[in-house]
Ligand binder design. Structure first.
Ligand SMILES: Nc1ncnc2c1ncn2[C@@H]1O[C@H](COP(=O)(O)OP(=O)(O)OP(=O)(O)O)[C@@H](O)[C@H]1O
Ligand SMILES: [Mg+2]
Length: 232
């Protein structure tokens, strides 16, 4: 399988803060749907932000789409090819209407207005959001905003999807719909989620972020027994 993204020995701390990532390694290959779990504050969102160059590690290498990425200009291509759905939709949506928010990416990539609007119609229809086309973005509910952020990222036809808590605020019907949509997509993805059921439905591989590094998911405890205990 060809490697799309790799992080090597990444170290990171926010200014004046304790270390968040301490020698973290990660590889994402074509066709993989990698899920990352870990407790609140473990550094999952930080990791995604480092991947697209919104934060810079103090040590380590970011390699994406065949090249090492270190400076701001190196990350332009990464942000175009790796679509990040932010944990908080309000960090992502900034246009007056849904259609304009979804059109923003394609227009920015050089599509004509007509081409961009055709993409908007197609993506909104795919996510069952056609009725939201002319709604005022900041007046949408939390779950509606979450779906619009996904539409805005899919509209850019990225090679990789980076999804930070994509089921936040979604009702059960929309969670099922999101699961179907993600499973139907050809793109490799990194999925950060606290939702075990969702992770199990989607992921081809699961890692946990613990003490600043990624580790294989620990085996599930059987009730009343530690994972290492022999079977009765
Ligand atoms: N801008 C910031 N400035 C200082 N510290 C920050 C900043 N953003 C995050 N942190 C801290 O860095 C650590 C990692 O945060 P991060 O948001 O990456 O965690 P997370 O694993 O995504 O958590 P959650 O599951 O709650 O979304 C936390 O201790 C958090 O308080
Ligand atoms: Mg987070």
């Amino acid at each position: 399988m060809s490697e799309l993204i790799s992080l090597q020995d990444i170290h990171f701390a926010y200014p004046g803060g304790a270390p968040v990532l301490c020698g973290l390694d990660l590889t994402l290959s074509a066709g993989e749907r990698l899920s990352i779990g870990g407790h609140n504050g473990a550094g999952k969102s930080t990791l995604l932000h480092i991947l697209v160059g919104l934060l810079r590690p103090s040590r380590g290498r970011v390699v994406a789409f065949g090249a090492e990425r270190a400076e701001e200009k190196d990350f332009y291509e990464v942000r175009r090819r790796a679509g990040l759905v932010f944990q908080d939709p309000d960090d992502q949506l900034f246009c007056p209407t849904v259609a304009e928010d979804v059109a923003f990416g394609p227009l920015n990539l050089g599509k004509s207005r007509q081409e961009a609007m055709a993409i908007v119609e197609e993506v909104l229809a795919r996510l069952d959001l056609a009725a939201y086309r002319d709604r005022i973005t900041h007046k949408l509910s939390g779950g509606e905003k979450r779906l619009v952020t996904l539409a805005a990222v899919l509209a850019m036809e990225p090679d990789v999807l980076l999804l930070d808590e994509p089921t936040n605020a979604l009702d059960i019907d929309n969670k099922v719909r999101l699961t179907e949509i993600l499973l139907s997509l050809p793109q490799a993805m990194i999925l950060v989620s606290h939702d075990h059921g969702f992770r199990n439905d989607i992921a081809t591989r699961t890692l946990m972020l613990v003490e600043g590094r990624l580790t294989e998911r620990p085996p599930r405890c059987v009730a009343g027994r530690s994972p290492a205990a022999p079977a009765a």
